[in-house]
Design a protein around this ligand. Structure first.
Ligand SMILES: [Zn+2]
Length: 153
């Protein structure tokens, strides 16, 4: 799967963001927004010498949920100015994360196409074709990306 390679490339390119890849539940349809998000965060964080890390990426009620921490380097002084700067950076990162989450919400979890209209019984965004995979209990499992170090994926 091409998306799996893209995710592995992200892990390799930004190792400090992905210290716990076992806590990532990533689906193929989410990959392009995640690639954009990582580049945006890298830009925001790089020259400010803050440390960013994804804590968890998961599917909750069918939607992509991204949790992160953003901290000062341990060696840096916690002056008021530095904390204010951190706070501003955190807000910018949060905006990028929210944009990525909403972008994921408008993509089929498996293939990234436009999802079928929301369905009370199936809140997970899936295109018509993947929603019709009725023989599968969890059609989105088709898009689940296997990462090293995971046993359940
Ligand atoms: Zn699809």
């Amino acid at each position: 799967m091409e998306e799996a390679q893209q995710v592995r490339a992200l892990l390799k390119r930004y190792p400090s963001m992905f210290k716990s890849p076992e806590l990532l539940d990533v689906y193929a349809g989410w990959v392009p927004p995640l690639v954009t998000l990582c580049a945006e965060i890298d830009d925001l964080v790089a020259d400010q010498s803050f440390v960013f890390q994804f804590i968890q990426i998961k599917k909750k009620l069918g939607q992509c949920r991204i949790h992160f921490v953003l901290e000062q380097r341990r060696s840096d002084l916690r002056t008021d100015g530095a904390l204010e700067k951190l706070d501003r950076c955190k807000k910018s990162v949060q905006q990028c994360v929210e944009a990525a989450q909403s972008s994921c919400a408008s993509r089929c979890l498996v293939c990234g196409r436009t999802p079928a209209p929301p369905d009370r019984l199936m809140p997970t965004p899936l295109c018509k074709m993947h929603r019709r995979s009725e023989h599968l209990r969890d059609p989105w499992s088709l898009g689940k990306i296997r990462l090293e170090g995971r046993t359940d994926a």
